[in-house]
Design a protein around this ligand. Structure first.
Ligand code: AMP
Length: 273
């Protein structure tokens, strides 16, 4: 992979990189479309990174269909699919990790304490291997995006990070590889996440500025659904992910909810006038 990407760059082509864990869907393919818009040569990766899964999480059952994924990527104009093995990425003697402790302890980091250390470590390795000009990530994973932008700046990567809006089902549910875990009742209930974000947006448009009141309204809406178990509902400053009490500036409303064995996340960004 390293020699191919260096050769392509030497030929004057710009590389766009889309890292994924596979089980691809329209959300991932939108990242490929964006990569194509800005670069000449598209590299996607599929690697289910063991470092970013907690001990009780779904590493073993994470959906996999590499041939189907490869076809989707090829049809959408991807030039190379990079699929390293666990052993190649983390040989026995492997010992380095990358951590951004402040940004990683908020939101998802509270219940997934080692998750972002795993994400940063693997993305750092992939960036060094692929050496892209531009890397493309989804806004669905808002905290991941913020952390990776900071990592790239802190470690002088010289790679531009592009963000792509969340791709949704027609009822608003954010498309996710984990949606296949949902039972039919859970699938019916899950759009409440996006609906509650839209409710919050409306409250803010109607001049509500008290974060607790907005979070309570979101909590009430989600608790209405019997299959939902809230992990967190948070309103934070988009820059440093610190809690906001009275809304001002650019804020992120982020939610994580369990439906059965699927932990689903979603978010919106709002600029408070
Ligand atoms: P994953 O395979 O879940 O690790 O995701 C790989 C990339 O796809 C990440 O940058 C995600 O943010 C992005 N992604 C996943 N779902 C969506 C979606 N519904 N819309 C946009 N991007 C997404």
């Amino acid at each position: 992979m390293k020699s191919i990407s260096r050769k392509i760059k030497n030929e004057g082509e710009k590389i766009g990189f889309v890292p994924t864990m596979g089980a691809l869907h329209e959300g991932h393919l939108k990242l490929v479309d964006t990569a194509k818009k800005y670069t000449d040569f598209i590299i996607a990766s599929i690697f289910v990174n063991p470092l970013q899964f907690g001990a009780s999480e779904d590493l073993r059952s994470y959906p996999k269909d590499i041939h189907y994924d490869a076809k989707l990527l090829e049809n959408r104009g991807t030039n190379i699919l990079f699929t390293p093995s666990d052993k190649e990425m983390y040989p026995e003697e492997y010992d380095t990790s990358i951590e951004l402790p402040k940004l990683s302890s908020a939101l998802c980091g509270a219940t997934r304490p080692t998750h972002f250390k795993g994400v940063c470590t693997v993305v750092c390795k992939l960036f060094n291997i692929v050496a892209p000009n531009i890397a493309i990530f989804g806004e669905k994973d808002a905290q991941q995006l913020i952390i990776l932008k900071k990592m790239v700046a802190d470690l002088n990567f010289g790679i531009k990070i592009l963000a792509v809006p969340t791709a949704r089902e027609s009822d608003g549910l954010a498309i996710s590889s984990r949606n296949i875990y949902l039972s039919s009742q859970e699938r019916k209930d899950a759009p409440v996440i996006y609906q509650s974000l839209m409710l919050a947006k409306k409250l803010i448009e109607n001049r509500e500025r008290n974060a607790k009141k907005i979070k309570d309204e979101i909590r009430n809406a989600i608790s209405d659904k019997l299959t939902a178990k809230i992990d967190y509902i948070d309103i934070v400053n988009k820059k440093d992910l610190t809690q906001v009490n009275i809304l001002e500036g650019e804020i992120l409303i982020a939610i994580a909810v369990w439906f059965g064995k699927a932990r689903l996340i979603d978010n919106i960004t709002l600029r408070i006038p």
